[in-house]
Design a protein around this ligand. Structure first.
Ligand SMILES: [Mg+2]
Length: 213
C-alpha cells in the first residue's frame, strides 16, 4: 500500500526566528524606515484582505496597508524587502530535511502565497524532497476547503495519506474528515488528531515516521 505524506509549511516544516513582529522590524531596517505600531498592525489585515481576492501578491497588499498607516515606503519594493526579511527568518528544524528525503511521496499543502512559499522551499533545500506543492493561490481556495486537498492528492497519488500540520481547523480536522491519518504539531491535544508532537523538530519522532529498526 502506498502512503502519501502531506505537510503544511509554516510552523510545520519551517519555523520563524524572529517571528512576525521581528520580521516587520527587520524589513523596516532593510528599507531604512522607522517601524511604527500602526504600520505593524496594518500589515496582517492588509495581507489577508488582498490575498482573499487572489488578484495580486498579498505582500504588496500588506505593504500598501503599512504605507497607508504612515510608513514611508513604496509598496512594491517594500513587499520584496519584506519577503527577503521573511526568507532570512525561515529555518528548518534539524531532522526535517532527512525525514522528507526518506519518504517516497511528499506533498506540501499551504495556505501561504505560492511564489513566496516556493522560494522558502527552494532556499531551504526542502524543495528537492517534495513532489508537489499546492498553495492557496494555485487553487484560489484556502484550507479547510476541499480544493487544496483535492489538488495535492491528485498530484501525489497514494492509497492512504498522512497529513501533518499545526492547525486543527486547517490541517487536522479537514484531513480527518477525508479519512486521512493526522499528526498535529503543537501544544493542544485535539481529539481529531491520531498523533501529536509538541513542536516541528519532533515531527520525525511521530509514530507514522518512527523507525523501530
Ligand atoms: Mg501552519
Amino acid at each position: 500500500m502506498t502512503v502519501g505524506y502531506l505537510f503544511d509549511l509554516d510552523e510545520t516544516l519551517v519555523v520563524y526566528d524572529p517571528e512576525r513582529r521581528g520580521i516587520f522590524r527587520d524589513a523596516c531596517r532593510r528599507a531604512g524606515v522607522e517601524p511604527t505600531d500602526d504600520a505593524a498592525e496594518a500589515v496582517g489585515p492588509g495581507y489577508v484582505e488582498t490575498f482573499a481576492a487572489f488578484e495580486e501578491s498579498p505582500y504588496v497588499g500588506a505593504a500598501r496597508a503599512a504605507r497607508d498607516a504612515g510608513l514611508e515606503v513604496d509598496p512594491d519594493s517594500f513587499a520584496e524587502t519584506y519577503v527577503e526579511a521573511e526568507l532570512a527568518a525561515t529555518h528548518v528544524p534539524d531532522g526535517i530535511g532527512s525525514l522528507l528525503a526518506s519518504l517516497e511521496r511528499v506533498g506540501v499543502v499551504t495556505n501561504g502565497y505560492g511564489p513566496v512559499q516556493r522560494r522558502k522551499l527552494a532556499a531551504t533545500g526542502l524543495a528537492d524532497h517534495v513532489d508537489c506543492v499546492v498553495c492557496a493561490d494555485d487553487v484560489e481556495a484556502f484550507k479547510p476547503a476541499d480544493a487544496p486537498f483535492d489538488a495535492i492528492t491528485d498530484a501525489v497519488p497514494a492509497d492512504d495519506y498522512v497529513v501533518v500540520g499545526d492547525s486543527v481547523d486547517y490541517d487536522v480536522r479537514p484531513a480527518a474528515d477525508r479519512g486521512y491519518r493526522t499528526v498535529f504539531v503543537g501544544d493542544d491535544r485535539p481529539d481529531e488528531a491520531d498523533h501529536r508532537v509538541p513542536e516541528p523538530a519532533a515531527i520525525p519522532s511521530a509514530p507514522p515516521f518512527r523507525r523501530d529498526d
